[in-house]
Design a protein. Structure first.
Length: 147
């Protein structure tokens, strides 16, 4: 017996299927599918995003070089939003996630890392146990001393 009803999507495309849980033991879960709309970002480009019922995560693609030191910085623009950042090498999965960071009642969260190979990296901005909200994100090349 399936744990959830089948998800019906409106059009052919690439979708993200996610499961959110309450932080309570035996709490409820929420399963949803949303069309994935990745936005290509370049170094030092500031992008604005909004997470809502209709847009539960911000998905960005960054073209990086092996050994490049980057900082992914997300600043919330509403008080109660706690941003969560994940960086993936290629198609997002637990196996390809190379770094993550989350804010905890702070206005901004930064994640610094050295990219392991030339290629495309997927950056996902999400929320951590908080209401939806607005944010700004930037990917910057950096040096280790910046952290």
């Amino acid at each position: 017996m399936p744990l959830v009803d089948p998800l019906i999507v409106p059009v052919t495309g690439t979708y993200t299927v996610a499961v959110y849980t309450t932080n309570e033991v035996g709490g409820s879960v929420e399963v949803f599918a949303e069309e994935t709309r990745a936005v290509e970002v370049t170094r030092d480009e500031i992008v604005s995003g909004e997470l809502s019922e209709a847009n539960r995560s911000g998905v960005y693609i960054y073209s990086g070089l092996a050994g490049e030191l980057i900082a992914v910085r997300v600043r919330r623009t509403v008080e109660s939003f706690e941003p969560y950042i994940s960086v993936y090498q290629g198609v997002p999965s637990e196996a390809t996630r190379i770094a993550w960071a989350r804010g905890s009642r702070t206005a901004a969260v930064s994640l610094g890392l050295s990219l392991p190979a030339d290629g495309l990296y997927v950056i996902i901005v999400d929320r951590h146990s908080s209401p939806f909200g607005n944010y700004e994100m930037v990917v910057q090349s950096t040096t280790l001393g910046d952290f």
